[in-house]
Design a protein around this ligand. Structure first.
Ligand SMILES: N[C@@H](CCC(=O)N[C@@H](CS)C(=O)NCC(=O)O)C(=O)O
Length: 219
């Protein structure tokens, strides 16, 4: 790997955070450029096929889709953080995609306008989390005692779940003891701790307040 990578980011984006964790965990020297997604600059619209972050610039090339970006970073900085067994690896990829949908659901939970809509989203999210609980190894990390790409992919969600618990008392993991332990393990990893800007909690809670939904009323 010889070209310096540049990650295009939005400070609150969990998908970008997957890439940051992978870069930091693998001790890659990279640049990060933050944009305002509400007013994206012209240069960003030109390089991002979907108008979404993350985008990873590698020299003149551009990559998009967080899981693909994670895999690219992993491949150019061996040894791999993917398990070797093709079946386990394939299953992890599927659970990583599943995790991406959970980012969207957690966003919808925050924006649920009233208690009824909130409870519906809460049930859906808890049901999905129970699925991951059932697939989890029960060890320190998803597959066992080693930190893998899938752990980097889920840490952004678990960081937000923890912030929701600390600030509203809503416990999304109340029936998921393995995920609770997993979250504790992930949130103290340096690459995870340093994967967000210093003011992240403030920004996240600010977004929650601005949404003026049911969850904001519990703050
Ligand atoms: N599937 C994409 C999702 C990325 C995504 O939804 N990013 C959000 C920010 S967190 C975004 O750029 N939204 C702007 C838009 O969709 O217009 C990935 O995994 O990278």
């Amino acid at each position: 790997m010889n070209k310096k990578m540049e990650l295009i980011s939005f400070k609150l984006c969990p998908f970008v955070q997957r890439a940051v964790i992978t870069l930091k965990y693998k001790q890659v020297n990279f640049d990060i450029t933050y944009i305002n997604l509400n007013e994206p600059p012209e240069w960003f619209k030109e390089i991002s096929p979907l108008g979404q972050v993350p985008v990873l610039k590698v020299g003149d090339e551009v990559l998009f889709e967080s899981s693909v970006i994670q895999e690219y970073i992993d491949e150019v900085t061996p040894p791999s953080l993917h398990p070797q067994d093709p079946l386990v690896k394939a299953k992890n990829r599927a659970w990583i995609a599943f995790g991406g949908d959970l980012f969207m659901l957690s966003h919808q939970l925050i924006h649920a306008p009233n208690e009824k809509a909130f409870n519906e989203k809460l049930d859906t999210l808890k049901g999905r989390l129970a699925r991951i609980e059932a697939a989890h190894s029960g060890e320190a990390f998803f597959n066992g005692n080693e930190f893998n790409l899938i752990d980097a992919a889920y840490a952004p969600l678990l960081m937000r779940v923890d912030l929701i618990l600390q600030n509203t008392g809503v416990d999304l993991l109340s029936e998921c003891s393995q995920l609770k332990a997993w979250s504790d393990n992930l949130l103290k990893i340096k690459a995870v701790e340093e994967s967000v800007v210093e003011e992240f909690a403030e920004l996240y809670l600010g977004m929650m307040k601005n949404s003026n939904g049911h969850l904001a009323s519990l703050l």
